[in-house]
Design a protein around this ligand. Structure first.
Ligand code: ATR
Length: 275
């Protein structure tokens, strides 16, 4: 019997998840299909009850429902519970189980490029939902020091206080982070600044970045944001958000189908779509 999958969000038109997963279903000879389902921000409850009737095998959750969906789930895995957000749901005999593969997907993509992160002094820029998933996942993995800078200091402090895993963290203004940037071996950009169409914007000045530091941006459109261009010009090694997107999808696929898929194929597919 055909397995039905979906990605829900508002807006949903831009989502590349169906293209990525449908290609994998075909590649692995699986009778399955993923569709985009538009569930408007204020209509989550009714949208989900329609989804219950559609006999889903699983679905991805995107903005703005990642937090709001939690009360409608039957079970939550511990990391997604700590993060307070879900991007992947597995439906098993009518039970909906929530996971968060964003943070773990980020970590897997990062480890592929940089296997030695535990002792790298790390700076996260931003304190929104994406920062939360990445910060908690890095702390859970055992990175010793992860500092956070953000425009709104209170939000960065709240992130530090909410983290259930042991990690050393200094909170600072962006201006201070710009001065001390040379101390960091790993810098992670998690804000939406620099995303298409405002591609000339950067949340932070990169003039003090260390040569050989690793600078990672979760944005993948454009493929090279201003912060990555500036970092590269200073001799840093850079990574865009494609890996995070691919690996969050690969981990979701593994939870649904029991196989970890070919990420090189997924990456190529996404790059083709982005033109
Ligand atoms: P997401 O859930 O996708 O991470 P979010 O919760 O809206 O998105 O968080 C966006 C992040 O980008 C925050 O860290 C935000 O800073 P504030 O906490 O100060 O709002 C940051 N951000 C957004 N626009 C910004 C801007 N113009 N300048 C500096 N930081 C900005």
């Amino acid at each position: 019997m055909r397995k039905n999958f979906a990605v829900i969000g508002d807006p949903i038109e831009h989502s590349m998840s169906p293209i990525m997963h449908n290609d994998l279903f075909q590649f692995y000879g699986l009778d399955a299909e993923m569709k985009k389902i538009h569930i408007k921000k204020d209509f989550l409850q009714s949208g989900l009850s329609e989804l219950r009737d559609m006999n889903m095998a699983g679905f991805n959750v995107t903005v703005p429902h990642k937090q709001a969906i939690i009360p409608f789930l039957d079970e939550l895995d511990p990391l997604s519970k700590a993060i307070g957000a879900v991007n992947t749901v597995v439906c098993e005999n009518g039970r909906w189980i929530g996971y968060n593969t964003d943070g773990e997907g980020y970590l897997k993509g990062l480890l592929k490029q940089l296997p030695d992160i535990k002792q790298r002094r790390t700076l996260i820029i931003g304190s929104g939902g994406a920062a939360r998933g990445i910060y908690f996942t890095l702390a859970h993995y055992g990175v010793e020091q992860v500092d956070i800078c953000n425009r709104t200091i209170s939000k960065a402090k709240a992130l530090k206080e909410a983290c259930p895993y042991p990690v050393k963290t200094n909170i600072m203004e962006i201006a201070l982070a710009e001065k001390t940037l040379g101390e960091y071996g790993l810098i992670i950009q998690t804000t939406s600044i620099g995303m298409s169409p405002k591609i000339d914007a950067s949340p932070i000045q990169m003039s003090n970045v260390m040569e050989g530091a690793f600078v990672s941006d979760i944005i993948y459109n454009p493929l090279e944001t201003k912060i990555l261009k500036d970092a590269k010009a200073k001799g840093a090694i850079t990574q865009n958000g494609i890996d995070m997107f691919v690996y969050q999808g690969a981990l979701a696929f593994e939870k649904w189908q029991g196989v970890f898929p070919d990420t090189t194929r997924m990456r190529q597919n996404v790059l083709t779509q982005l033109g």
